[in-house]
Design a protein around this ligand. Structure first.
Ligand code: HPA
Length: 243
């Protein structure tokens, strides 16, 4: 089964045929929100709000382990995450939609693995390609079918937050090879890999990275840009489930 993890601007997925919502307890505590079991074009899926239904859980406080565990325990095999990001690459202006294919992790102090306690042996997962290629390809095909233009490559730099970056930090991220900056790809993607789930992400570029434009970055502006792009994202997901 497919799960959609909604981020900023997608805490409530209107248009789904809702079957039931349920809270799940996990060995790692409670997830950010209830899991919404639903149907889209006749296909069963789970919708899940990463920051809670009321958008109250900040990126560094998200219980990523409980979230991914809860989805797996409900039979999820494949995840499409939606993340709002800042654009660093000159092509990635606000409103663009990007399917990232790489990650650089700058986070700290997050509970980021299932393999640290009560383990039988030390485990290192392969994470060379953090996003699942077959899911990226299927999302690309879905966008093509919907006649929505997207970018199919990008390196996501994941910062700790909740504050936005300094101009110097953004310059460093660009020098490192990042094209996008956000706060939620990690440890989410790695935990999905640890539980052997397919995982890909649709990034909505909400703003230019700090210092790349003269604009002050406000939450209001981020939400406004995301709310304009969200219908396109939902159309891509609709086409995706039909494939
Ligand atoms: N930086 C980090 N996270 C973000 C940004 C940003 O500029 N925009 C949306 N999420």
């Amino acid at each position: 089964m497919l799960a959609i993890i909604g981020g900023t601007g997608l805490t409530d997925y209107k248009g789904l045929e809702i079957i039931e919502s349920k809270m799940i307890s996990t060995p790692y505590g409670y997830p950010s929100s209830e899991l919404t079991l639903a149907k889209l074009y006749g296909k069963s899926l789970i919708f899940f709000a990463r920051h809670g239904k009321e958008h109250t859980v900040p990126p560094h406080k998200v219980n990523y382990r409980a979230n991914i565990w809860a989805l797996k325990s409900e039979g999820v095999e494949s995840i499409v995450a939606v993340n709002a990001v800042g654009g660093l690459h000159p092509d990635f202006s606000p409103g663009s939609i990007v399917l990232p294919d790489q990650i650089i992790d700058y986070t700290y102090d997050r509970l980021h693995t299932y393999f640290d306690e009560n383990i039988h042996s030390v485990t290192h997962i392969d994470f060379t390609y953090p996003y699942t290629k077959s899911v990226i390809d299927k999302l690309s095909q879905a966008a093509l079918n919907a006649d929505i233009s997207i970018y199919q490559h990008g390196t996501y730099g994941c910062t700790q937050g909740p504050r936005l970056e300094t101009a110097a930090e953004i310059n460093r991220l660009i020098k490192d090879g990042c094209d996008l900056v956000g706060m939620t790809a990690m440890p989410e993607a790695a935990l999905a890999r640890e539980l052997e789930l397919e995982y890909a992400s649709i990034n909505i570029v909400a703003n230019w990275g700090a210092g790349l434009s003269d604009d002050v970055i406000t939450m209001n502006d981020i939400e406004k840009v995301v709310s304009h792009a969200i219908d396109k994202v939902k159309t891509i997901i609709g086409e995706f489930v039909k494939l």
